[in-house]
Write a protein that binds this ligand. Structure first.
Ligand code: RP5
Length: 163
């Protein structure tokens, strides 16, 4: 538990710079709750050595990993294969198959290596940041307080009546 408090930092990795407009949504809750993060382009296909270097050293700098990719999206699963840190997967929309390829590539992990897969696209990226905050809050009471306040604010923002 103290280790979680010591280095509460999230790695956000994505297969391409083109994923950033989607993956940026993962930062919304992290920013709101003052959770540090670093966003990086790490491609399973184009920069495989970078992926190995990142994943093998991730535990020294981060508490968990959010990994987004599109198409034949091997990045989250490959990252998860090389670190014990939890990996939250975000299927990014693809042009050809609208992200169904990304979703199935990420979600259908063989048993023994786990990826916590979110929804396709912006909602999935947003919720990746949210579930990351919830996971970190398990070992951090200050963060629990902030998270509960954030949830209450969201509840309070839902209007009863339409305009
Ligand atoms: C994947 O290929 C990336 O995650 C991205 O979603 C997709 C397309 O990449 P670009 O051709 O736009 O660089 O590796």
């Amino acid at each position: 538990m103290s280790q979680v408090n010591k280095k509460m930092k999230v790695a956000i990795i994505m297969g391409s710079q083109s994923d950033w407009p989607v993956m940026e949504n993962a930062t919304t809750v992290l920013n709101a709750l003052d959770i540090p993060y670093k966003a990086m382009v790490v491609s399973a296909h184009r920069t495989p050595k970078r992926l190995v270097e990142f994943a093998e050293n991730a535990e020294n700098e981060y508490s968990l990993i959010i990994a987004g990719a599109g198409g034949a999206a091997h990045l989250p699963g490959m990252a998860a294969s090389m670190t014990w840190l939890p990996v939250i997967g975000v299927p990014v929309m693809s042009k050809a198959l609208k992200g169904m390829d990304s979703l199935l590539s990420i979600v259908q992990m063989p048993k023994g290596v786990a990826v916590a897969t979110q929804a396709i696209g912006e909602a999935g990226a947003f919720n990746a940041g949210l579930i990351a905050a919830q996971m970190l809050a398990m070992g951090n009471e200050d963060l629990q307080v902030k998270l509960k306040a954030w949830r209450q604010a969201q509840t309070d923002s839902v209007a009863w009546e339409t305009v």
